[in-house]
Design a protein around this ligand. Structure first.
Ligand code: 5GP
Length: 142
């Protein structure tokens, strides 16, 4: 699959943005939506997506980076507090060869603790009750 195919409005994150499928939302404003990854690499693993029809990193309009990354930082701070994270990883997978599986641009925010290894990317579904509790905890930290 070419990385430069057009944006597909039926991708799963576009459906989440349109409210067609549910998500464990932690933050939303006019620029971005943040929600939990249902296959978290660590507890509190969150995805931040722009409210723009953007497929991958090269497609993000230059002027959108500032406002978008302000939201990423805001969400990251709340995650750090809520999850008592000792560190964070920001990850971005661009293109199929780069590991991207959902083709609506997104940043991963993954809490880290000393000695706790990450689980594999997009492999194990978390229990809904755990995701619900984690989302509530992060929402309360803004
Ligand atoms: P990518 O591989 O494109 O960087 O990341 C896509 C992420 O979306 C993966 O980490 C995967 O676990 C997550 N994911 C896949 N489907 C869904 C879904 O339906 N809802 C949510 N919240 N996350 C999803």
């Amino acid at each position: 699959m070419s990385d430069r195919e057009p944006y597909q409005p039926d991708n799963i994150f576009a459906k989440i943005l349109r409210g067609e499928i549910p998500c464990y939302r932690v933050y939303e404003d006019d620029v971005a939506l943040a929600f939990l990854d249902i296959m978290p690499q660590a507890d509190g693993h969150t995805l931040v997506i722009p409210k723009l029809a953007v497929r991958g990193l090269p497609d993000m309009p230059v002027d959108s980076w500032g406002p978008f990354m302000q939201r990423v930082q805001k969400v990251a701070k709340a995650i750090k507090v809520a999850m008592a994270a000792e560190g964070l990883n920001l990850r971005q997978f661009d293109g199929a060869a780069g590991g991207q599986t959902v083709f609506h641009f997104h940043m991963h925010i993954i809490p880290r603790w000393e000695g706790i290894a990450l689980r594999r990317h997009g492999e194990l579904n978390e229990k809904p009750e755990n995701l619900k509790a984690t989302a509530e905890k992060i929402r309360a930290a803004f």
